[in-house]
Design a protein around this ligand. Structure first.
Ligand code: HEC
Length: 190
């Protein structure tokens, strides 16, 4: 009788473990399979492409028309540019932070806990569907301070323009070298 019970329990447990669940778990970046390494390379290339595109577009606009116009550009262009890179590279990609300026940049569910705890290293996650998701820290550079330093240090017209567009803005108060936020990338199974 006892044996039957144990066997039944084991069967139930086994069935439970075999059920397809859409789960995601963190991986050790030094212990990836070859496929995962390829996915990681794709994520890194996508992140680099987006970073380059955003910085070059922003710098050109700031030089030509000043920071207030550049805010306008971030406001209207950052997300379409992000969508463009996603389509080009065949990934899902975005930027996020533990202190958001734009509420549309909310972290994906798999990254939320790491973002909230302000992790400082690159983190890799595997989906049960074979996808690989990566979170890359973004450090504040001197040229980011124009729009992300503390309110008292940002030019008044900029603060006004930012408040108007982002009433819930939490992205002031950063200093050079501090963690500003993250790029996140999701690469589907090969
Ligand atoms: C001209 C002003 C301006 C400058 C300079 C600027 N940003 Fe931003 N930043 C914005 C605006 C506006 C947003 C919100 C719109 C968006 O991009 O989605 C934003 C959003 C972000 C986000 C997305 C998370 C969030 O808070 O919504 C990150 C990450 C970020 N900025 C990092 C940086 C970094 C790093 C630099 C320097 C390389 C930088 N920014 C320079 C204006 C600026």
């Amino acid at each position: 009788m006892k044996n039957v019970l144990v066997i039944t329990l084991l069967l139930v447990l086994g069935a439970f473990l075999l059920l397809p669940t859409d789960s995601i778990s963190q991986l050790d970046i030094t212990k990836l399979t070859v496929t995962q390494q390829q996915q990681l390379e794709k994520a890194a290339a996508s992140k680099a492409a987006l970073g380059k595109k955003l910085v070059s577009t922003l710098t050109a606009k700031m030089k030509a028309e000043g920071p207030v116009a550049a805010i306008e550009l971030c406001n209207t262009e950052a997300l379409p540019l992000t969508a463009e890179i996603a389509a080009e590279q065949g990934v899902r990609i975005g930027r996020t932070s533990f202190r958001l300026r734009n509420p549309q940049n909310m972290a994906p569910v798999w990254a939320a806990a790491s973002v909230e705890s302000k992790v400082k290293d690159t983190q890799v996650f595997a989906g049960s569907d074979g996808s690989l998701s990566v979170l890359y820290p973004i450090i504040t550079q001197a040229n980011c301070l124009t729009c992300h330093a503390s309110v008292g240090m940002v030019a008044a017209p900029l603060v006004t323009a930012l408040h108007e567009k982002y009433p819930t803005d939490e992205a002031f108060g950063f200093i050079e070298g501090s963690l500003r936020g993250y790029f996140w990338v999701e690469v589907a199974a090969e």
